[in-house]
Ligand binder design. Structure first.
Ligand code: NCD
Length: 316
């Protein structure tokens, strides 16, 4: 495995603070990890003796499993922790829980939390490497990286490619991480959704915002659909799921506006028939399951980079 010397990564808190060179180095490293995942024995000895703790205070299927799989494929010891079965539900503060976890000396903590900034809070207070697996509506950097990895794999480059991101932008940490990363790699990003789901000032993240989906999808190389984050919305911001689908959902007809063969993406979990029609989700242009496959390689690259930066990897 070749870690570029420029890639210093003590933590991965977001894509906002990475530059194009660091993002590209992580994607290249993920490419090497993907090759490992395609071997019969999908395992490297590199992180032997490194302890990775997954600390998930919000539910997750894909992200938690793929971080655990990634850690195991690098031979790290991995332990999972879920909020619902922990003392967080007995009123312990995040800092107290974290200090107790730290006392058990993990090397890297992968954290998902409903509060924006929780991983940054921990990174300033405890000594281990922190990897953000989604913090509130703020960032989800490994999802952003795996999305960008998938686009780069299929399109060759992001430079000048039109990427449409559609749905609940106000509450999407996936969109925010993608916006930071895609802009740095030269993509032309368009976002669209109901006016109530487009945060004011989103153009500062270097994208073009639309309140109709058609101009965003027209001529796009990639169409990424987002779930409506009902758990983060104070009030229902849309009248009805059927109506949402009619105006903002991706069906075969709307997909025809994009470039022929444009990629259809979704971070999951999907609400079929709401933001995406089942025939599009399962159609020939969908790379949704390839995103999941690439997620393991990307998380291996991130864990590896953090471990190497901290001098934790096994030296030959
Ligand atoms: C996303 C998340 O949790 O932010 N899912 C994921 O990690 N693949 C998106 C979502 O919940 O809609």
């Amino acid at each position: 495995m070749n870690q570029p010397p420029t890639l210093q990564l003590r933590h991965l808190l977001g894509l906002e603070t990475l530059d194009a060179q660091q993002i590209t180095a992580l994607l290249d490293l993920a490419g090497q990890m993907k090759a490992v995942n395609q071997r019969r024995i999908k395992k490297l000895p590199t992180l032997r003796g490194v302890t990775v703790l997954t600390f998930f205070v919000e539910n997750s299927t894909r992200t938690k499993m793929s971080f655990e799989l990634a850690a195991k494929r690098l031979s790290a010891d991995v332990m999972g922790f879920a909020a619902s079965t922990s003392s967080l539900s007995k009123g312990e503060t995040l800092l107290d829980t974290a200090r107790n976890l730290e006392a058990m000396a993990p090397d890297i903590v992968v954290i998902r939390h409903s509060s924006s900034g929780a991983p940054h809070f921990l990174a300033e207070r405890i000594g281990c490497g922190i990897v953000n697996a989604g913090d509130g509506a703020h960032e989800h950097p490994t999802q952003g990286l795996l999305d960008i990895f998938t686009m780069r794999e299929k399109l060759g480059t992001l430079q000048g490619k039109k990427v449409a991101i559609i749905g609940d932008l106000a509450h999407s940490r996936v969109a925010r991480s993608n916006l930071h990363g895609l802009h740095k790699l030269g993509a032309d990003v368009h976002v669209a959704g109901p006016a109530t789901m487009i945060p004011p000032g989103i153009e500062e993240l270097m994208c073009t915002a639309h309140t109709r989906v058609e101009p965003a999808i027209e001529g796009a190389d990639v169409v990424m659909m987002l779930r409506i984050q009902r758990e983060r919305q104070g009030n229902d911001l849309i009248p009805h799921a059927h109506e949402y689908h009619r105006f903002f959902g991706l069906d075969q007809q709307r997909l025809k506006l994009a470039k022929p063969g444009a990629l259809v993406m979704h971070p999951g979990p999907m609400n079929r028939g709401v933001e995406i029609a089942p025939e599009v989700a399962d159609g020939a242009q969908s790379v949704i399951l390839q995103q999941v496959e690439n997620g393991v390689a990307v998380r291996m690259a991130v864990l590896y980079a953090v471990a190497v930066t901290r001098g934790l990897e096994e030296k030959p």
